[in-house]
Design a protein around this ligand. Structure first.
Ligand code: SF4
Length: 223
């Protein structure tokens, strides 16, 4: 049995399509989810917004990112030209809600200055873009089939019983067990985040009610 694929099917059945990555629309300042978004081609504006969101979400909650995105959009700053013109200090003011705002403003500016081909290797050369951010940009902004690993994913997989330590070891679990398909990777990562927030919490996971209990060593040992 392909446990990774079985877990995916179980989570999709339980939670449904998650519609990541949320982006603002013509009539909305707040990013919204769209169940069909994984299948759609991204506009240049959406790619930029997703990349900015991926930087802003480092070490903070999505709620705080939403406020920063709203501020940027309201002031016409979800725009490459405008972001190039604005100073780091001014930009930092608009994104205060996301925390570490001075650093993040510098990171956004560094990203905007990047001119090369969008590959993982090149993204990782940009100051402030680590593996999780690079992979989020590739998967969610550019529809590349690269699995995003975050703290939620590591927690869930470790509890299930996978013996992985490094980012790449966790990533390979998905790359080796699933069809390399950006729609599946998009949904699966979003579903794991949902599972982590609702069931597989850091402290006191709700194993008894967890939809993937039957696949999980830790859960089975607890109930
Ligand atoms: S059974 Fe418990 S530990 Fe395992 S994934 Fe579910 S909530 Fe997490």
């Amino acid at each position: 049995m392909n446990v990774i694929f079985e877990i995916y099917k179980t989570l999709l059945k339980k939670f449904g399509k998650q519609g990541w990555w949320p982006t603002t629309k013509a009539n909305s300042l707040i990013p919204v989810y769209d169940k069909n978004f994984p299948k759609k081609r991204r506009t240049e504006r959406e790619k930029l917004e997703i990349a900015i969101g991926a930087i802003l979400t480092q070490n903070t909650t999505w709620k705080n990112v939403e406020k920063a995105i709203k501020n940027l959009k309201k002031n016409g700053l979800l725009n490459r030209k405008k972001l190039k013109e604005i100073s780091v200090e001014e930009l930092a003011n608009y994104i205060r809600s996301s925390g570490y705002f001075k650093q993040k403003a510098k990171k956004i500016k560094a990203y905007i200055e990047f001119k090369g081909k969008v590959t993982r290797k090149n993204l990782l050369k940009i100051w402030g873009v680590g593996k999780e951010t690079a992979d989020s940009i590739l998967l969610y902004a550019y529809n590349k089939p690269i699995f995003v690993i975050d703290a939620y994913t590591k927690r869930i997989l470790s509890r299930i019983g996978f013996n992985a330590k490094t980012y790449e070891e966790f990533q390979n679990i998905f790359h080796n067990n699933l069809r390399r398909n950006h729609i599946i990777f998009n949904e699966y990562h979003a579903l794991l985040v949902k599972l982590a927030k609702e069931y597989c919490k850091k402290n006191n996971p709700l194993c008894k009610k967890c939809p993937i209990l039957k696949f999980c060593n830790y859960g089975k040992s607890k109930v």
